[in-house]
Ligand binder design. Structure first.
Ligand code: ADP
Ligand code: NI
Length: 213
């Protein structure tokens, strides 16, 4: 078990070595640490949570030709490690439900899936969430803020097509919604403080923007 973890850690470090979109190795490491912590608090299988957290972004379609290729890549990795079939099924089940795709994806069905999704979401909010959001916007040549920008979901299709999102807008489209979407009660508790921090950040941001501070 420990050997599987350390080999996986080494592989994932290599995959995300040069990332500057907010998915560097340290993102995975934080998600892994929080997932293990949540597993202890919520009583989930710590090995399944840790492996799924380590591999959650390796399977992401952003880093693969398509979603299926990403899933297969992780499945083959786990088979190569000779992990029991039942555990592989549980790990894959977590990974397939972890990412947020505008709320259209399947909800996690297992406790471990809920834990890993909570851990990934916690890393998108709070001070780290603020930092990752602006990293992402910079890496994708997006804007910091545009005062004329409305939340994209309140735009007509025409407006949506023409406008790129901004980092500030991303808070309203996604980050401020995550607290309510937490699955576990321990995750909810951890989300509270991080959520408040983002509100404080935005309040000060707009005051400075408007020259009021
Ligand atoms: P993950 O794969 O870890 O679940 P995402 O790929 O959705 O996360 O996003 C990675 C990071 O980039 C997150 O912190 C997220 O808030 C940020 N991000 C994603 N999309 C945008 C966007 N359109 N504008 C700004 N930040 C974004
Ligand atoms: Ni992630």
């Amino acid at each position: 078990m420990n050997e599987s973890i350390s080999r996986t850690e080494k592989m994932v470090k290599e995959v995300f070595r040069d990332d500057s979109t907010g998915h560097d190795w340290f993102h995975t490491e934080r998600v892994r640490n929080v997932a293990v912590q949540l597993a202890e608090m919520e009583g989930g299988n710590a090995f399944v949570c840790e492996m799924a957290a380590l591999l959650h972004d390796v399977a992401d379609e952003k880093f693969n030709e398509n979603e299926e290729a990403g899933i297969n890549r992780v499945k083959e990795w786990l088979l190569d490690l000779h992990i029991e079939e039942e555990l592989i099924r549980e790990i894959m089940n977590c990974i397939s439900t972890v990412s947020y795709k505008g709320g259209n994806n399947k909800a996690p069905t297992s406790l471990e899936g809920k834990i890993v999704q909570d851990a990934d979401r916690l890393d998108a909010i709070g001070a780290i969430g603020v930092a990752r959001c602006f990293m992402y916007a910079g890496a994708t040549k997006g804007k910091m803020h545009d005062p004329e920008m409305k939340p994209r979901e309140s735009m007509t299709k025409e407006e949506y097509r023409k406008k790129e999102g901004t980092a500030i807008n991303h808070f309203y489209e996604k980050l401020l919604k995550l607290k309510k979407l937490m699955n576990t009660s321990s995750g909810k508790k951890l989300a509270d403080e991080r959520h408040e921090y983002m509100n404080t950040f935005l309040e000060q941001f707009f005051q400075e923007w408007e020259g009021k501070r």
